[in-house]
Design a binder for this molecule. Structure first.
Ligand code: GDP
Ligand code: GDP
Length: 438
C-alpha cells in the first residue's frame, strides 16, 4: 500500500501558522472521538487536495517566552520537520522582510535537502511588497504569497506542495517487507529494543546506499521474512530535538506510525499506561495499523503469580478500544521474549491483511442478526442487506443497510465482535462503512 505523504508547517511565532493550518485542514484530527480516557490533541490534520491525501503537521504551538528561546524552539521545529516530513512549508510574515532567525532556519532546511516551499503570509492585498525580493536571499527559491485570513493563494500553494511529493511513496509498491515501528514516550526503551533486535545475530541488516530515507529506516531479514524498522536511525542516534517537549515525541511517533504496517506500542512496566501512551495509541488505532502492546522493563517488577494478569487487566482497561491488540511482556535489557516480537509482527501483519469471502461473511452476518435482532427506532427496524470486505490493512467492511441512522455504534460493534469470533483479526483494528441502499 502506498502511504500518505506528510507536510510540515514551520515558522516563527505569530507568522500565522495556526491560522494557515485551520484554513487548510478540513478536519483537525483529535483522537478517537468516542473513546473515553483519550486526550484530545491537535497536532495534525488529514487533508485532501486534487487527488492527493496527505497529513499536515503543525510543528509550532509551543509558546516561547523570550527571543533566544524562540530560536532554539525553531531549530527543534525545523529538525522535526526535516526528520518526519516529505515536504516542508516555511511560513514567513510577508508584512516584513526576513529576520536573522529566518536566515538560520532557512540554512538548516537547505542543508537537509528536503523539498521546501517558502511562503509569505499576510499578503492580504495582492501586491508584491518591496521586500519581496529580499526573500530570494534565503536560497529557498521564489516565495509564494498568501493570505491565510482572506484565504488567498492557498490553491496555488497546495498545487506546489503536491508537485513535490516524492514519487516512490505515491506509487503502489508491491512490498513483501513488513514495516514496523516502535512508538512510545521518551525513555521507555525504544532504542534499547531496536538495538537488541538489530544486535541479534540471526538478524541480517541489509547494506544499502545512504539516501535520506534509507538512513532513517533499517531493512533486515529474519527467518526468511523481510522487515523494515521505521525511523530507527532517528531512534538510535538519539534525536537532537528536545524530546522532553512531549509534542515533539508525539509528532515523531505520528510520522513513524504513518509509514508502518505494524506498531509496537511500548509501555513502561514501572509506570503503567500514561496519558501520553494513550495519545500515541490513539494515533496508531486511528491510522488503522496492526498493533502489539509491548510492556518493556518487565525485569524491574517484583512479580508474584498475579502480576501478569493484573497488569494485563490494567492495560485492557486503559486502552479499552484496542482489546484486539496482543500484549507482550519483555525486557530490552535482559532480552526476555524479545525474539517473540518479530514473530508477533508477522502474526499481526497477516491478520491485518486477511480477506474473507463475501459468502462466508454474509453467513456470519445472517447468523448474527438471527441471534440478536437489529435495533429499531420509531417502528422502523434496521435491515442489513449484505456486507462485503472492501479492503485490507486495515480490514474494511461495507454494510449495506435500509436506514443509515439506525445502524448504531453498539450494533456495529456487535457485528464486529461476531466477525472477530469467527476469524482471526487479532492485532488489527477493523473499520466499518455503512451505506444506505434505497
Ligand atoms: P502562529 O503563532 O504562527 O500560529 O500565528 P497565528 O496563526 O496565531 O497568527 C498570528 C496573528 O497573525 C494573528 O493575529 C492572526 O490573525 C494574524 N494573521 C494570520 N494570518 C494572517 C493573514 O493572512 N493576514 C493578516 N493580516 N493577519 C494574519
Ligand atoms: P528511548 O528513549 O525510548 O529510546 O529509551 P532508551 O532505550 O534510551 O532507554 C531508556 C533507559 O531505560 C536506558 O537507561 C535503558 O538502559 C533503560 N532500559 C531500556 N529497556 C530496559 C529494560 O527492559 N529494563 C531495564 N531495567 N531498563 C531498560
Amino acid at each position: 500500500m502506498s502511504r500518505k505523504p506528510i507536510v510540515a508547517v514551520v515558522g516563527r511565532p505569530n507568522v500565522g501558522k495556526s491560522t494557515f493550518f485551520n484554513r487548510i485542514a478540513g478536519r483537525r484530527i483529535s483522537i478517537v472521538e468516542d473513546t473515553p480516557g483519550v486526550t484530545r490533541d491537535r497536532v495534525y490534520a488529514e487533508c485532501e487536495w486534487l487527488r492527493y491525501n496527505f497529513t499536515l503537521i503543525d510543528t509550532g504551538g509551543i509558546e516561547p517566552s523570550s527571543t533566544d528561546v524562540i530560536l532554539s524552539q525553531m531549530r527543534d521545529q525545523a529538525q522535526i520537520a526535516i526528520d518526519t516530513a516529505d515536504v516542508i512549508i516555511y511560513l514567513c510574515d510577508g508584512k516584513y522582510s526576513y529576520t536573522s532567525a529566518d536566515e538560520e532556519i532557512a540554512q538548516m532546511l537547505r542543508v537537509s535537502k528536503k523539498p521546501v516551499v517558502l511562503v509569505l503570509n499576510k499578503i492580504d492585498v495582492y501586491n508584491k511588497p518591496s521586500h519581496f525580493y529580499d526573500y530570494y536571499n534565503l536560497g529557498l527559491g521564489e516565495p509564494l504569497m498568501i493570505s491565510s485570513v482572506n484565504a488567498m493563494g492557498l490553491g496555488d500553494l497546495l498545487d506546489e506542495v503536491v508537485k513535490l511529493f516524492p514519487e516512490d511513496i505515491l506509487l503502489e509498491e508491491e512490498e513483501d517487507a513488513i514495516k514496523i515501528c516502535f512508538i512510545g514516550k521518551p525513555n521507555v526503551g525504544k532504542s534499547s529494543m531496536v538495538n537488541k533486535i538489530i544486535g541479534e545475530n540471526r538478524v541480517i541488516v541489509s547494506d544499502i546506499a545512504g539516501t535520506t530515507r534509507d538512513a532513517v529506516d533499517t531493512p533486515f531479514t529474519y527467518k526468511d521474512q523481510k522487515f523494515v524498522l521505521i525511523d530507527t536511525a532517528g531512534i538510535r542516534r538519539k534525536s537532537k530535538v528536545n524530546e522532553s517537549i512531549e509534542k515533539y515525541s508525539v509528532l515523531r511517533a505520528l510520522a513513524a506510525i504513518e509509514r508502518s504496517d505494524v506498531c509496537f506500542l511500548m509501555i513502561d512496566a514501572v509506570e503503567g499506561v500514561t496519558d501520553q501512551d494513550k495519545k500515541v495509541a490513539g494515533y496508531a488505532h486511528e491510522a488503522g495499523k496492526a498493533i502489539v502492546i509491548v510492556v518493556n522493563k518487565w525485569d524491574l517488577l517484583e512479580k508474584d503469580n498475579h502480576t501478569f494478569n493484573d497488569f494485563t487487566k490494567k492495560v485492557r482497561e486503559e486502552l479499552a478500544y484496542m482489546t484486539y491488540a496482543p500484549v507482550v511482556f519483555v525486557s530490552a535489557l535482559t532480552g526476555q521474549r524479545v525474539t517473540q516480537l518479530l514473530e508477533q509482527a508477522v502474526y499481526v501483519a497477516n491478520n491485518h491483511a486477511l480477506r474473507i469471502s463475501t459468502g462466508v461473511l454474509n453467513d456470519i452476518l445472517n447468523e448474527a442478526m438471527a441471534l440478536n435482532q437489529p435495533p429499531s427506532d420509531k417502528g422502523k427496524r434496521l435491515k442489513i442487506y449484505y456486507a462485503t470486505q472492501c479492503g485490507v490493512k486495515p480490514p474494511t467492511f461495507v454494510l449495506f443497510v435500509n436506514v443509515k441512522e439506525l445502524a448504531h455504534f453498539s450494533y456495529v460493534r456487535y457485528i464486529e465482535n461476531q466477525i472477530r469470533k469467527n476469524f482471526n483479526y487479532e492485532g488489527t483494528p477493523i473499520v466499518f462503512k455503512v451505506k444506505q441502499r434505497g
